[in-house]
Write a protein that binds this ligand. Sequence first.
Ligand code: NAD
Ligand code: FE2
Length: 358
Amino acid sequence: MERFQVRTQVVSGTDSLSCLGEMDCQRLLIVADPFFVAQGWTNRILEAAKPRESRVFDKVSPDPTVELAAEGTKVLQEFAPDTVVALGGGSTLDLAKAMVHFSGLEPRLVAIPTTSGSGSEVTNFAVLSHQGVKYPVVSDKLYPAVAVLEPGLLETLPKGLIADTGFDVLTHALESYVAKNAGTVTKTLSREAFAIAYAQLPLSYAGDKSVRERLHIAACMAGMAFSQAGLGLCHAMAHVLGGEFHLPHGRLCGILLPAVVECNANFCSGAYGQLARSVGFFGSADTVAVRNLKNGLIRLRKQLGMPGSLREAGIDPRQIQLRQKELTEKILADPCCESNPAEVMDYMVKRILEGVAR
Ligand SMILES: NC(=O)c1ccc[n+]([C@@H]2O[C@H](COP(=O)([O-])OP(=O)(O)OC[C@H]3O[C@@H](n4cnc5c(N)ncnc54)[C@H](O)[C@@H]3O)[C@@H](O)[C@H]2O)c1
Ligand SMILES: [Fe+2]
């Protein structure tokens, strides 16, 4: 038996912000990345939603902390909105989701992503940082009611952000495809998301804005897939290293993903091979197809100007070496390990850490 459920209504395409006008918002709280407040997007939201009263909470920063979520929760409880709109990348969406969750109130949550990456607009997942550790909070209450995929917000994406968030999508797609809870529907979403992201990222990176709407939808599809199928070791490692060294989440995924594929291929080369062939990599033998997939990821990473190791990303390999035991323990405790296709053992983490450090 398989179960698949989409909890979030997804509105996409030009002028999708106008759907806010159908919601009868009386009291609207906008949780927004300050960049979009400055760009006038919060005013556009107010024009579309026409609330009686509104507030803007824009104290958002990358990788939101538990303390920031507590501050935002207080604002939310005091204002008691009927609708919360989250406008920004994964960090903003996660912050708003956590605020709603912790408030004990039940406003309608509308997620408007401005990056094509986290998929947070359709997931039951929010990542918060506390004292250098990133904790994934998982609860069905975290599913937004509506996700608005407005392509106009993608005009200002800088190259580096396209690359980082793009590798986040590839990682969500690949990890969910082979995850323990993957099913027919999630695998179809993962495969299509991977195929779109792999083909279109170089174009978007080179400045072709016409492909960004497709990439935005691919990010959302990968989010739907992983929220049901789960993720894996790459995300467990990216959470821990991101909390410790403050590198962008997708950049860490890009450094780790080929090494994780190589490690997991010892246990699920059939599934990787199937995905690799279906998106155009050659190799009738699984081992060949998986090698081509791994090399393709490394090639794309280079093409997108991304670092190939932690050292290239500015982290001294000695920091990894000295703290290997502690990092490994934290990685093994991350919930994403549970859905990895193979049981995660400390020797696997150690080998990957050694490989990506140099
Ligand atoms: N909840 C989930 O399911 C989930 C999944 C994966 C990752 N995450 C989390 O998401 C976070 C990463 O999110 P992200 O990669 O979307 O980045 P982000 O939200 O951290 O934003 C990064 C930077 O990009 C800027 N930015 C965002 N959109 C822009 C645009 N359109 N134009 C110009 N600048 C823009 C922001 O101002 C910010 O400075 C991490 O904390 C990660 O742990 C969550
Ligand atoms: Fe991610």
